[in-house]
Design a protein around this ligand. Structure first.
Ligand SMILES: [Cu+2]
Length: 289
């Protein structure tokens, strides 16, 4: 009996906690309402299953509690009950998976007019790269990384010369414009996450991952690393400023290009950068747009 009461109180406490909890989702600032819908559907299906199953368990504990003279009936098989349980579980799981699969297919199918930005993660900071006037990111590889070429941009690739390199943790994006976010890691697994965008994707060393989104609300949001990536993981934070196109263009114009970095590098540094390209036997060509 005390356990039945404890289970009923657990259900009641959980419902109250969700109703009064201050830890609810932030207002959305991107086009990904479909991701919110997928999360809401999952929450509701889980909530109904949690409440119904636990209250049934509390009821069964109370109703069939020990009474002198009562004997339990052994029933190892009940095909009809198992069929019904399998059916309703399948409906619940399909209901949780379907909205997520629909959202996922939209999430990785990039519209043709999307701009490109690259985010690179390393223990424990973010860097960013824009393609420059040619609209194409130059090829890049960890093989090309030198102190002056921290993103490993291929110095022999003409598409890389006008690439804009942002080596601070601050990214700017124009509001209302679809953008493909291309992700690379220089060391271990990281995960690019901006809660207000509902957007999130792993950075995997050795491969390029991506998603797309349209920021819909101007503002300053936090970029988090959502993959435990070492002792400094909690410090791997950045900022994304969503602003009108004009302010974005002005900010972008103030950043340096890879060509400018090369031009201001010392001769020995330039030799190191070029040597990295010469030693690369399998250049990783291929446009990222
Ligand atoms: Cu990280």
């Amino acid at each position: 009996m005390p356990i039945a009461i404890a289970i009923a109180l657990l259900v009641l406490g959980s419902i109250i906690f969700h109703l009064v909890s201050p830890w609810w989702k932030t207002p959305i600032a991107s086009n990904w309402g479909s991701i919110d819908t997928a999360l809401d559907v999952t929450l509701w299906i889980c909530a109904v299953a949690f409440i119904v199953l636990n209250l049934f368990m509390a009821y069964a504990l109370w109703k069939y509690r020990h009474k002198p003279g009562n004997r339990a009936h052994y029933e190892p098989e009940n095909a009809s009950l198992e069929k019904r349980l399998t059916f309703w579980t399948a409906i619940g799981i399909a209901g949780m998976l379907a909205p997520g699969l629909i959202a996922w297919s939209q999430y990785v199918n990039v519209p043709k007019d999307a701009a490109v930005v690259e985010a690179t993660g390393q223990q424990w900071q973010w860097s960013f790269r824009f393609p420059g006037p040619d609209g194409v990111l130059g090829t890049a590889s960890v093989k090309h990384i030198t102190p002056d070429n921290s993103l490993g941009i291929n110095p022999r690739d003409p598409f890389g010369r006008d690439d804009v390199v942002v080596e601070t943790n601050e990214l700017h994006l124009p509001v209302g414009k679809p953008v493909k976010v291309v992700l690379r890691s220089k060391d271990v697994l990281h995960d690019f996450y901006v809660p207000q965008f509902r957007a999130k994707m792993d950075l995997v060393p050795g491969i390029v991952t991506y998603f797309w989104m349209t920021p819909t609300k101007a503002g300053t949001y936090e970029i988090l690393c959502a993959e435990l990536c070492g002792v400094g993981h909690h410090e791997m934070r950045g900022t994304v400023v969503v602003e009108p196109q004009q302010a974005f263009d002005q900010w972008l114009g103030e950043q340096v290009t890879f060509g400018e970095i090369m031009a201001s590098a010392s001769p020995s540094s330039i030799s190191a950068i070029l040597a990295s390209a010469d030693s690369c036997t399998t250049p990783t060509r291929g446009r990222l747009d």
